[in-house]
Design a protein around this ligand. Structure first.
Ligand code: ADP
Length: 223
């Protein structure tokens, strides 16, 4: 369970004033579900994901993820928490072009080897059909690159997956592959939150949250 209480994220607007780019009274995300966050550009969607991941500092309020108050974690403790708890997926993959698919997937091990991660990496490559014979990811298709990025996000089997427009730069077939993979993760009991404008994503989400000007303006549930 991810829960946000009385969250405000303010940024300087004029020299004497602050502007709230996120103002959320009470919002929670259920495990075992895919939730889509929708809303116009600039409505605070990326800020919301980054607040949940403990990346963007908040002005006030609290974020709790699986019983841990993320907003009270500092520095290296927060980084360690994020490493084990959150898998992040981005629109532009954020891969290192000159590394192989396997080296990219194992990047989260840069801070030290993790038992079971090598086995997990090879089973994720098989599951996602990622070719093993490529020296670098730079010449792989966009669909393949996003599969590598998803495998990297899942390397430590995190309970929370945050995806920022993960299908926006993909064609329909590859986009559906990404949606299927995220729904499979949700079915394992994970909390999956994806920012997306993609109607296909929206149609398959258990819940869609609509943001506007940093506020939740609507919440639709499929059930
Ligand atoms: P979305 O993901 O919905 O497009 P964002 O969360 O990226 O929206 O941004 C929400 C609003 O906050 C935008 O108006 C953006 O310009 C503003 N914003 C985001 N980060 C900062 C920042 N660090 N300082 C000032 N304004 C910011």
């Amino acid at each position: 369970m991810v829960s946000l209480q009385r969250i405000r994220v303010e940024v300087p607007d004029t020299p004497n004033d602050q502007r709230a780019i996120l103002a959320i009274e009470d919002l929670s995300f259920s495990p075992g579900e895919l939730t889509v966050v929708a809303g116009p550009s600039g409505s605070g969607k990326s800020t919301l994901l980054n607040v949940i991941a403990g990346i963007t500092p908040i002005t006030s309020g609290s974020v709790t993820v699986l019983g841990e108050k993320v907003t009270e974690l500092q520095g290296s403790r927060r980084d360690a928490w994020r490493r084990w708890t959150v898998g992040m997926i981005f629109q532009d993959f954020n891969l290192i072009g000159e590394l192989s698919p396997l080296a990219n997937i194992r990047l989260p091990e840069s801070f030290g080897k993790v038992a079971g991660a090598a086995t997990n990496a090879s089973s994720l490559m098989k599951r996602f059909g990622i070719p093993e014979d490529r020296a670098t990811v730079s010449h792989m298709s966009r669909g393949e690159q996003q599969r590598v990025a998803i495998a990297r996000a899942l390397l430590f089997d995190p309970p929370l997956i945050l995806a920022d427009e993960p299908t926006a730069s993909l064609d329909t077939k590859n986009g559906n592959f990404v949606i299927d993979a995220l729904i499979e993760e949700a079915a394992k009991g994970k909390t999956v939150i994806a920012v997306s404008h993609d109607p296909e994503f929206n149609a398959r989400a258990a819940t869609t949250i609509h943001l506007d000007h940093g506020r939740v303006v609507r919440k639709d549930s499929a059930r």
